[in-house]
Design a binder for this molecule. Structure first.
Ligand code: FES
Ligand SMILES: [Fe+2]
Length: 363
């Protein structure tokens, strides 16, 4: 008699509701993974900087005199005042508390009266660096000094994305759309990473440009790659020059575990998702839209609005209902619908995600 294998069950509700689980993720997963910091266009010139935060740490990114892009913890090595705010441009980093001054390379350069201290060696003092990588014009930081490079985490993504968005070096952001969701970050990520719910919940998406029956999501290292065939390209709300590029008529998406995704619409239109986990019950999704040189574009503005009013709006109701459901005493985690043939009506991608989620919490 063939052995009956049990279907994989969805994660226990506590993974999505328990503040203790969120603390484990914040102290571990969020500190060991590549997180979106900003875009290279924010540090175009020597001395340009911007602040950002991840895993509860204040950080900043700055371009030094050698042209290198560095990131540091945003804290003075004297008595811990923050060094910079927001974004801007500076020749040297001067702490607002007692005016200790650092080179753009992070090295302490001077401080009032420090020479009077016997044995004070300023060459010993440097801002604490953070790993930062440029990836197709986007900057990602990792608090783990020993983290593998992004190309190991996300094999082939750089090459694939470059072929879909060959102009990525010239992009600048034009639109940010902020989407607060009352749910755990993992609920939102899982929802993004399956299309089993699309037919019922996303009219525009599933009757528009993508061909739902060809939609699939496959792991590629710690990336989940979405692919689909397109249709009705002549009915798009903007003109597409199919001859401009080999992928001009395609849609694709690369989700980078745990909280970022690149999405490309037909016409090589790049947009991004950046999830920021707030606490066990709240996440904010930032949708970013980009154009060449940051040129204002009615097409992109309309797309951003249409996306916010349709797919995004539809998903908010789904994920918030799930979060309420996860708090129900009546919920028993159900079996995932994992079709061996994969495809749009399969949750194999959620199974993969939940494996990573479980490992992040349980080791
Ligand atoms: S804390 Fe920065 S100079 Fe004192
Ligand atoms: Fe959705």
């Amino acid at each position: 008699m063939p052995l009956k294998s049990n279907p994989t069950r969805s994660l226990d509700a506590r993974y999505y509701t328990d503040p203790a689980v969120f603390r484990i993720e914040s102290d571990g997963l969020f500190k060991r993974t590549w997180q979106f910091a900003g875009h290279i266009s924010q540090v175009e010139n020597t001395g340009d900087y911007f602040t950002f935060s991840m895993a509860g740490e204040n950080l900043f990114c700055i371009r030094d005199r050698d042209g290198a892009i560095n990131a540091y913890y945003n804290v003075c090595q004297h008595r811990a005042h923050e060094l910079v705010h927001g974004e801007g441009h500076t020749r040297l980093l001067v702490c607002p508390y007692h005016a200790w001054t650092y080179e753009l390379s992070g090295q302490l350069r001077s401080g009032p009266n420090i020479q009077s201290v016997p044995g004070f060696d300023k060459s010993d003092i440097c801002l604490t660096p953070v790993r930062i990588e440029e990836f197709c014009g986007f900057l990602f930081a990792n608090l783990d000094p020993d983290a593998e490079p992004m190309d190991v985490w996300f094999p082939d993504v750089r090459k694939q994305l470059s072929s879909f968005v060959p102009h990525h070096g010239r992009l600048k952001h034009v639109e940010w759309v902020e989407i607060p969701e009352n749910c755990n970050w993992k609920v939102s990520i899982e929802n993004y990473s399956e299309c089993y719910h699309c037919k019922l919940n996303h009219q525009t998406f599933s009757t528009g440009v993508v061909k739902p029956e060809s939609y699939d999501i496959q792991p590629q290292g710690f990336c989940l790659r979405h692919t689909t065939e397109c249709q009705n390209l002549d009915r798009m709300s903007y003109a597409i020059d199919l001859n401009s590029n080999e992928h001009a008529g395609e849609y694709s998406s690369w989700f980078l575990w745990p909280m970022f995704s690149f999405q490309v619409y037909p016409g090589n239109v790049l947009n991004t998702y950046h999830w920021r986990a707030v606490d066990a019950d709240h996440v904010v999704v930032w949708r970013g839209w980009y154009t060449i040189d940051g040129a204002k574009s009615d097409v992109i503005s309309k797309l951003a609005v249409q996306d916010r009013e349709t797919t995004v709006e539809e998903d908010i109701h789904l994920v918030e209902s799930v979060q309420r459901g996860l708090r129900s005493s009546g919920y028993r985690p159900g079996p995932l619908v994992v079709d061996p043939k994969c495809g749009v009506n399969s949750e194999h991608s959620v199974e993969k995600l939940q494996q990573w989620m479980r490992e992040a919490v349980d080791g």
